[in-house]
Design a binder for this molecule. Sequence first.
Ligand SMILES: CC(C)(COP(=O)(O)OP(=O)(O)OC[C@H]1O[C@@H](n2cnc3c(N)ncnc32)[C@H](O)[C@@H]1OP(=O)(O)O)[C@@H](O)C(=O)NCCC(=O)NCCS
Length: 184
Amino acid sequence: MDQANVDVHQRQDDAPPAVTLRPLGLADADDFMAWASDDRVIRFLKRPLCATREQAVAQIRDTVLGHPWFRAICVAGRPVGQVSVWPYADEGGHRANLGYALARDLWGRGIAAAAISMVVTRVFDELPGLERLEAVTDVENVRPQRVLEKAGFKREGVLRRYIVRRGGEVSDAVIYSFLASESP
Ligand SMILES: CC(C)(COP(=O)(O)OP(=O)(O)OC[C@H]1O[C@@H](n2cnc3c(N)ncnc32)[C@H](O)[C@@H]1OP(=O)(O)O)[C@@H](O)C(=O)NCCC(=O)NCCS
């Protein structure tokens, strides 16, 4: 195992590692596979599972490179997850959706909360006109709800029968928001 790998995969009870954000490119396809090919990570997400490296390259090319705001979450300089902000076209850019995912073996160390806390300090400057960042989670997907609360998002309520899961089942969702006026 190389040094970067040792740093990324340190013990779960260590202090939270330093997190950085940067654009994700085609050269990151192997690292991207760590979470994009894992059904435990993407089962609550809309994007399809990448079963092969070729599919990972295609997904980066088709959905990441032209994305208005997509960042790799990095630990020790290596991508271990993703966070994205997608402005709703029909709202003139004042409202956007937050998405995020992290490689399974790094859950529970505060990495996602640290990444999202960084997002809210910069995305309102980087996307002019953005006033409201919102996140919608399946009501049973509790971990990301806790992450949003730790990053300062406000829980606004339950959207009943709102989400269609991968298997076709319809479920309730919880909606959170963070306003530009709340940005540190
Ligand atoms: C959501 C995700 C990015 C969180 O990453 P993470 O690095 O584990 O998150 P953090 O360590 O910052 O925080 C997790 C929090 O959830 C808490 N948690 C975990 N399981 C929980 C449960 N069943 N009930 C309540 N809280 C729970 C943890 O205790 C922790 O809170 P704490 O620090 O106050 O103890 C990761 O789980 C993931 O990739 N999930 C799949 C993709 C996904 O669902 N994305 C969100 C779509 S809206």
